[in-house]
Write a protein that binds this ligand. Structure first.
Ligand code: NAP
Length: 257
């Protein structure tokens, strides 16, 4: 049977790579982004292509029916949208096996320049959304006594970053939420883990100059930024690991921190 996977923030970057990875293995994927549109449709097409490529002769994916891709546009910091997102996903596929809380935004600036609106937007988009999505999928996972929730966090949630206090707080909150949720849900067969990413080559780092990024790469023992595909492979792997792995914040930063 095809697994069903929800990925928030899947129109580009890490979320898109995660969606493609799961689709390639024959999973049904529900892909979301706040703006939707062409980018999200493009992810849907890439998911279908990845699956077709994976089922071509001489490859391993043969045992499930053709997976479906369901794009749903909306803002995961809005709890009423999240209720609809999860309900629509469940109505369509009848089960939810994996939730990947990936949607996120960043803000680089001094604490004095982080006004109330910016603070609330960062916390609501990055952290409150994790709670809203987790809360809504739990009843469906409880019925199956099975499920994986994987949160995309950041090394700044572990150690904090200068000029990224709101972002660091949101990701530190995700780390604590991950550990708390793992304890609460372990008796029900649901694992909750987070991947704390280092610097990954996506639009999120477009605010930095190429000189800054080159200098940053030199500080990373692996010698380069990570790729969205590397993070996607880790998320996919965690979703296939036994439920005994739970409550973990797995740092993926090329040895940087
Ligand atoms: N890149 C890094 O170096 C890095 C490092 C550590 C952690 N991370 C984390 O990895 C995750 C993905 O980041 P990325 O680098 O792939 O960023 P990205 O390329 O900027 O993509 C962000 C994604 O999140 C979506 N999104 C933003 N706000 C949303 C909302 N309110 N509701 C639904 N979707 C929303 C965007 O949708 P639209 O296209 O519609 O705007 C987009 O699909 C984030 O949680 C980020 O904090 C990234």
């Amino acid at each position: 049977m095809n697994r069903t996977v929800i990925i928030t923030g899947a129109s580009r970057g890490i979320g898109r790579a995660i969606a493609i990875r799961f689709a390639a293995s024959g999973c049904n994927v529900i892909i979301n982004s706040v703006n939707g549109g062409e980018k999200l449709e493009e992810t849907a097409e890439l998911c279908q292509k990845a699956y077709q490529k994976a089922v071509s002769p001489n490859t391993a994916v043969t045992s499930c029916s053709t997976p479906s891709v369901l794009p749903i546009q909306g803002d995961v910091s809005d709890p009423s949208f999240v209720r609809k997102l999860i309900a629509e996903a469940h109505d369509r596929f009848g089960r939810i096996d994996v939730l990947v809380n990936n949607a996120g935004i960043s803000f680089v600036g001094l604490i004095q320049d982080t006004d109330d609106l910016i603070w609330q937007k960062i916390i609501n988009t990055n952290l409150s959304s994790v709670h809203y999505c987790t809360r809504e999928v739990i009843p469906h996972m409880l019925k199956e006594k099975h499920g994986h929730i994987i949160n995309i966090s950041s090394v700044w949630g572990n150690i904090g970053a200068s000029c990224e206090a709101a972002y660091s707080a949101s990701k530190g909150g995700i780390n604590a939420y991950t550990k708390a949720a793992a304890k609460e849900l372990a008796p029900s067969g649901i694992s909750v883990n987070a991947i704390a990413c280092g610097c990954i080559d996506t639009d999120m780092n477009k605010c930095f100059s190429s000189e800054d990024l080159t200098q940053l790469a030199e500080e990373i023992p692996v010698g380069r930024l990570g790729t969205p595909e590397e993070i996607a492979e880790m998320v996919y792997s965690v979703s296939n690991l036994p439920e005994y792995l739970t409550g973990q914040i797995i740092t993926a930063d090329g040895g940087w921190t």
